[in-house]
Design a binder for this molecule. Structure first.
Ligand code: GAR
Length: 210
């Protein structure tokens, strides 16, 4: 019996979180997960180059080619079914897919978000904007969260979180980098490993690690 889990990674940009997943898989730290495909929502996403350099199949599903999220979600659902995705990872994927995808793959999709949810999350909070808002507010601690994806943005059950200090002289860019290094690049591969190995249970919208 083949226990390998097909991990499909969705990305829109630089793909440093994808790189962390690739590196983890090489170190044997993705459990039974194997990254089988990367799907990008933008043609120039550097994540595509990272995938190709590592011999991973790539596909593009360009968000701006679609006038509405329903038709985009339908094609994404079809692509994920074609790829026989067991686990889907949003790694800097900046599109909110609708129920067609979220219901089909319930409990199989995870997202990394660059703050401590429920702070600084939801519509409009993505990428550097999150860190800009954190610095505007003057909070002393931020961090990252890996959570299950549901149709409601950043609202699915939380799997892992890690706090990271905010420094007085931080810019959005320095804070983003520290949160990636200290939190995202560690949490995301760990959560994918746990999910691939069937170690996450969801009860009453909360997760429990077995
Ligand atoms: C990461 O910080 C990720 O947490 C964030 O965008 C960045 C992508 O970087 N994602 C979101 O804001 C999703 N709401 P990457 O392309 O280098 O992985």
């Amino acid at each position: 019996m083949n226990n390998t889990k097909n991990v499909v990674v969705l990305a829109s940009g630089g793909g440093t979180n994808l790189q962390a997943l690739i590196d983890a898989e090489k170190r044997g730290e993705l459990g039974s997960g194997k990254i089988t495909c990367v799907i990008a929502s933008k043609a120039d996403a550097y994540a595509l180059t990272r995938a190709k350099e590592n011999g991973i199949k790539t596909r593009t599903l360009i968000r701006k080619d679609y006038s509405d999220i329903a038709s985009y979600s339908k094609d994404m659902r079809d692509a994920l079914l074609e790829e026989k995705a067991d686990v889907i990872v949003y790694a800097g994927f900046m599109t909110i897919l609708d129920e067609q995808v979220c219901d089909e793959f319930e409990g199989k999709m995870v997202n990394v978000h660059p703050s401590l949810i429920p702070s600084f999350c939801g519509k409009g909070y993505y990428g550097l904007h999150v860190h800009e808002e954190v610095l505007k507010k003057g909070v002393k601690v931020s961090g990252a969260t890996v959570h299950f994806v549901t149709a409601e943005c950043d609202a699915g059950p939380i799997i892992l979180q890690k706090a990271v200090e905010v420094l007085e002289d931080d810019t959005p860019e320095t804070l983003q980098r520290r949160i990636m290094e200290q939190a995202e690049w560690k949490l995301l591969p760990k959560a994918v490993q746990l999910l691939c190995d069937g170690k996450i249970e969801i009860r009453n919208s909360k997760t429990y690690i077995k």
